[in-house]
Unconditional design. Sequence first.
Length: 234
Amino acid sequence: MLRKATLISNPKTGRYVSRRKTIQELASDLNAQGVEVELKFTAGPGDAADLAAKAANNGSTDVIVAGGDGTINEAIQGMVGTKSRLGILPRGTANVLARELGLPMNIDEAINIAAHGKSRQIHFGVAVDETTNIRRHFVLMAGIGLDASVVQRTPPRLKKPPPAAAGAPIPGLPGWVMVRLNGVAVPGAVDVEGGAEKVRVPREPELDPPPIRASAEETTSIDGRATERTIAIA
């Protein structure tokens, strides 16, 4: 008996796109294993939620997401409260949820799990904006402040190889890092270069700041693991 599934694909997700199977090949592999697949593509933010909701309400027993954690999170928004099952084909940058669930990173093994694996229930968290009553469900984690700012401002190109963090400013930090020069606080940013932090401070002519030196120091615990890193300005 064929299961009816909707396969949602984010064509822009993940790394090494040219080296992996096409989404059409994945759909064909699922069909060969007894899963009747309707293929849907996302074109922008929010599409996965709409596609998942329509699929769940139109009789799809499974909503299979071929993408990363962001696409999966969007699909979840449209699936909450329905009877459809979530399947995951990990094709993102980090694939954190798939790893936490113990799903294989090999795409052929992941297809076999999606087609023949057993279902299990997981609990969702929900964040509520009390001013608008908008609800947002999540599976892995939720963050506010600096964490949320960095994630929100990270452009997709930084997720592509080679690692763009080397020598590039960390998105979101300029609005959070403050450096004090001659008793006056000015916005700063932190760069990551070769694994070592350095402080980059905009020169303000009216402050006429002296040359600054930045050094990174680590506080090490008894068991030998670094527990704290500080940046000293001299």
